[in-house]
Write a protein that binds this ligand. Structure first.
Ligand code: GLN
Length: 494
């Protein structure tokens, strides 16, 4: 089997045992990119030369000749969503606005990956500024779902999840503001973890909605996600919202018995509009979890769920309108050639640099924040956000984990929702509440539709309970057996 096909966990063992080298593994991934990425479109930038240099350095470390300790990530090829800052490599947010932008500094997560000896393969496609659910809003490239290239990979981290599914990276990082790791992970049949808000540093993550954004791993298996989270998580004084809470041994905790653990199924997440095949697969997954001795409660309620999408589209757009004000053609990024004075330059830079969805969000957010409307919209939305958080607090007083679908449907076709923003927004109804409440959640593969499209199980935990979340996800993964499958493009992973 080609090396790109194995899980991070398995490759890490093979590297440590000296059975393979990082250069061999990195070459395998680079060849895979050359072979299939013309069809999938997961990357915006491939750093072939840089990756091979990093792989050589990792091999020196692995052979015990270099300075510094090895980690489970030493020598592992990892791709990054293109809103994570990387010194010397483009960081475009898939926008014309940042097409030539090369950051002067690495994001904290990148610094941690480099210190751990990981090999950065390049930068992955996404919806422009992470606004979208299908990656169709990328201004730079189309990304296809590796399971059916006529369908979207999901979004906004569609490049990150398509890459793991297609084997063009061993693991990747994405970001999740309203579901952008979990939803595309479910569409592409891979594992996607959104950590607790504050668990992973946002320093160097280009901001969309700062009170919601969180970076997280996209991987082939739950164990891989645990290994990657162990490296990127932890306090960072450069991010004032990063929280100084001790880290758990995520990987070491995976196989713990979950007998007696309480798992709640929220009625509101299994209601009208849920695709029948998705519902069947998710309910079956929950029944399998019960076989481990976990206790199911199918009657729990999160009563404010219906308000989550409206709340999110006020708060996220308000924050975006403020965060994106910096792209004015003056400091960095795209500048329009217009020479009719400063104001005209601002106007044309923003008109030409941003795509339609980004403009729509800036207008919505600016409106929600404008005087006279602030109280009616922004303040109200903050109040509803509190109610949504309290819904979860109440449930978690009694339950350890919440289980639900990730998205009401499997991957949809290109063009199906792109002209109807509201339909696109509503497809995030099952992922957005988690962001509003700042909770950790994961998407784990739990089956396929008859048409061969992956389905994801969403598990949600209490703040900073990533260890329990990964433990339950791992236990399910052993029973379900859906992780690590490959689309036609590739063979089954070991
Ligand atoms: N699809 C949601 C949006 O368009 C979520 C995006 C995200 O999580 N970055 O805003």
């Amino acid at each position: 089997m080609e090396l790109y096909n194995y899980s991070l966990e398995s490759l890490s063992r093979q590297l440590a045992a000296g059975e393979i080298s990082s250069v061999e593994l990195t070459r395998s991934v680079l060849e895979r990119i050359a072979e299939v990425d013309g069809k999938i479109g997961s990357y915006l930038t491939v750093d072939e030369a840089g990756a091979l240099l990093q792989a050589e350095a990792a091999d020196v470390k692995l052979r015990g000749n270099g300075s510094g300790k090895t980690t489970p990530l030493t020598g592992i090829p990892i791709g990054l969503k293109d809103l994570i800052s990387t010194v010397g490599l483009p960081t475009t947010c898939a926008s014309k606005m940042l097409i030539d932008y090369r950051p002067e500094y690495d994001a904290t997560v990148v610094q941690r990956l480099r210190e751990a000896g990981a090999v950065i393969t390049g930068k992955l496609n996404m919806d422009e500024f992470a606004m979208g659910s299908s990656t169709e809003n990328s201004a730079l490239r189309k990304t296809c779902n590796p399971w059916d290239t006529g369908r979207v990979p999901g979004g906004s981290s569609g490049g990150s999840t398509a890459a793991v599914a297609a084997g063009t990276a061993i693991a990747t990082l994405g970001s999740d503001t309203g579901g952008s790791i979990r939803q595309p992970a479910s569409f592409c049949g891979v594992v996607g973890l959104k950590p607790t808000y504050g668990r992973v540093s946002r320093y160097g993550l280009i901001a969309f909605a700062s009170s919601l954004d969180q970076i997280g791993p996209v991987t082939l298996t739950v164990a891989d996600a645990a290994l990657l989270l162990g490296v990127i998580a932890g306090y960072d004084e450069r991010d004032s919202t990063s929280i100084n809470q001790p880290l758990d041994d995520y990987y070491g905790n995976l196989q713990k018995d979950i007998k007696g653990l309480k798992i709640g199924l929220p009625q509101e997440y299994f209601s009208a509009g849920l695709d029948a095949e998705v519902e069947t697969a998710v309910r079956k997954a929950c029944a399998q979890l019960a076989e481990t001795g976990a206790l199911l409660d199918e009657e729990i309620s999160l009563p404010h769920t219906d308000f989550a999408v409206a709340t999110y589209y006020i708060l996220a757009t308000a924050e975006a309108s403020s965060n994106l004000a910096r792209y004015d053609g003056v400091k960095y990024g795209f500048r329009s050639e217009s020479s009719e004075g400063l104001l005209e330059m601002y106007r044309t830079t923003r008109a030409q640099g941003f795509g339609a969805e980004v403009k729509r969000r800036i207008m919505l957010g600016t409106y929600a924040l404008s005087s006279g409307y602030y109280d009616a919209y922004y303040r109200k939305a903050q109040q509803v956000r509190t109610l949504i958080t309290r819904d979860f607090d109440k449930v978690f007083a009694d339950c350890d984990i919440i289980a639900a679908p990730v998205c009401p449907t499997p991957a949809f076709a290109f063009g199906e929702k792109i002209d109807d923003p509201l339909a696109m927004y509503l497809s995030d109804i099952l992922t957005i509440p988690v962001n509003l409440a700042g909770l950790p959640a994961i998407s784990v593969p739990c089956g396929f539709t008859k048409a061969g499209l992956p389905i994801g199980l969403q598990l949600i935990a209490k703040p900073f309970a990533e260890a329990t979340l990964l433990n339950v996800a791992w236990q399910y993964e052993q029973l379900g057996g859906w992780s690590g499958r490959r689309p036609e493009l590739v063979k089954e992973a070991k």
